[in-house]
Design a protein around this ligand. Structure first.
Ligand code: LLP
Length: 411
């Protein structure tokens, strides 16, 4: 956790100036998070984790390329200054909006389904492509983010690759990249197995292969005391694979990493105001009611993900286990829940209305997954520049803008 995001005075000022709920990102931390990836030949940021323009610019200035998955992300990446040849469009299907931009900008495609090869050839002619391989197994912090194995919709099933090679050749496509991403929140149990699983694919496409991407998915230690991801071990095991492939093919194969979470998770906090407290009088049922909800940050509801919550004016006050819940008219609107919605209260002091809580490590898949449920606004986002100055990088989206469009439509 970065020092700037721990500065009580600064966060209090930001909440007073811009209201809550409020995401605050430390761009210096984003930039620093690139450092552990220097051991790879290239690092490609998965824009879906946090697509705020200021964050994208910071990563671009730091030398990252980017991975985009929709027309909207392509537009954002362009606005952040990424050149088309610094982007890879990853998908398992080509929707109409992306087709146009892929063709217009000449984007390199990472195809997650064999059926995309015809689309690519039709849109772009005989070009270079990357294939996303489903190696037959996966791993993740939750079933919902496991992206390998027979029940995943992602990637080209490993046994299909020989047929895919014939299909690509017939279309004049050159397979220059292979990519594997078995899930998000990897503990590292399958690194060797994943590298080995790429051996047959590398041999099959060896004539044209230039690059192997080991994907992203490196886990972040959300819980206090959790073990940080062992990047050195991860990179070392992949480098052994890279050396083996380079030797057998007689030319250097580039190794690319494609992280999202690890570049941004700890660079963001969510500030939320206490609007009330209540209790049913039973143990573990003391509720702190706040103005952020799962429309602001959905990870606890969706995956039972843990995010540490603290009182901004912490002090030495005694604490008790408390539930923290949002304003939505839905009982699942609780930040302190584990898998399946099990209550997981956190230690907090007794709080007054108007106090601020900090929800930690929300830089990844926080604002990016926010919604307007219950006709509430998308949250505002503030950035702290490396020189310490702050900027409201995205104002909260007023749901009345949508209302106005509907009123106009209905006349
Ligand atoms: N590359 C590909 C092809 C991906 O699908 C993803 C994530 C990444 C890279 C980056 O993975 P990361 O390093 O961020 O784990 N909403 C979920 C995570 C979904 C990940 C989707 N794909 C969450 O909040 O945990």
């Amino acid at each position: 956790m970065d020092r700037r995001l721990q500065r009580q005075g600064l966060l209090t000022e930001l909440a007073a100036a811009h209201g809550t709920p409020l995401y605050v990102y430390d761009l210096a931390a984003v930039r620093r998070n690139l450092e552990p990836f220097e051991c790879f030949d290239s690092v490609r940021y998965a824009v879906k984790a946090n697509s705020n323009l200021a964050v994208l610019r910071t990563l671009r200035d730091g030398g990252a390329r980017c991975e985009v998955v929709s027309a909207g992300e392509i537009e954002r990446a362009r606005a952040a200054g990424f050149e088309p040849d610094e982007m890879v469009y990853t998908a398992d299907l080509m929707d109409r909006s992306a087709r146009e931009l892929v063709a217009e900008l000449g984007l390199h495609v990472n195809a997650g389904s064999a059926s995309m090869l015809e689309d690519i050839a039709e849109l772009r002619g005989a070009v270079d492509v990357t294939l996303r391989v489903n190696p037959g197994f996966g791993e993740g912090h939750d079933m919902k983010v496991t992206t390998g194995g027979p029940h995943s919709k992602h990637g080209i099933w490993h046994e299909e690759l020989p047929a895919v090679r014939r299909r690509a050749e017939a279309l004049g496509l050159r397979v220059t990249g292979l990519h594997v991403h078995i899930g998000s929140g990897l503990e590292g149990r399958f690194i060797e197995r994943t590298v080995e699983a790429m051996d047959p694919a590398v041999a099959l496409f060896g004539e044209t292969l230039l690059r192997v991407s080991c994907g992203g998915g490196m886990s972040f230690p959300y819980r206090p005391g959790a073990t940080p991801f062992d990047m050195q071990r991860f990179a070392a095991i992949w480098s052994v694979g890279r050396e083996r492939w380079s030797r057998s093919l007689g030319r250097p194969i580039q190794l690319e990493a494609e992280p999202g979470r690890l570049l941004v998770a700890d660079a963001g906090v969510l500030l939320t105001e206490v609007c009330g407290v209540k209790s049913t009088g039973r143990e573990g049922s003391s509720f702190v009611l706040v103005d952020a909800g799962f429309h602001t940050m959905i990870r606890p509801l969706l995956y039972g993900s843990f995010h540490r919550i603290s009182a901004l004016a912490g002090g030495d006050r005694p604490t008790t286990p408390k539930m923290v819940a949002g304003p939505l008219c839905e009982s699942a609107d609780v930040f302190t829940q584990g898998k399946g919605g099990a209550p997981e209260p956190q230690e907090l002091p007794d709080l007054e209305r108007g106090e601020l809580l900090v929800i930690h490590d929300v830089g990844a898949y926080g604002a990016a997954m926010a919604s307007c449920y219950n006709s509430r606004p998308l949250p505002a986002e503030v950035v702290i520049h490396p020189d310490g100055s702050t900027l409201l990088a995205r104002p909260a989206m007023d749901p009345n803008q949508l209302l106005a469009l509907e009123q106009e439509a209905l006349g």
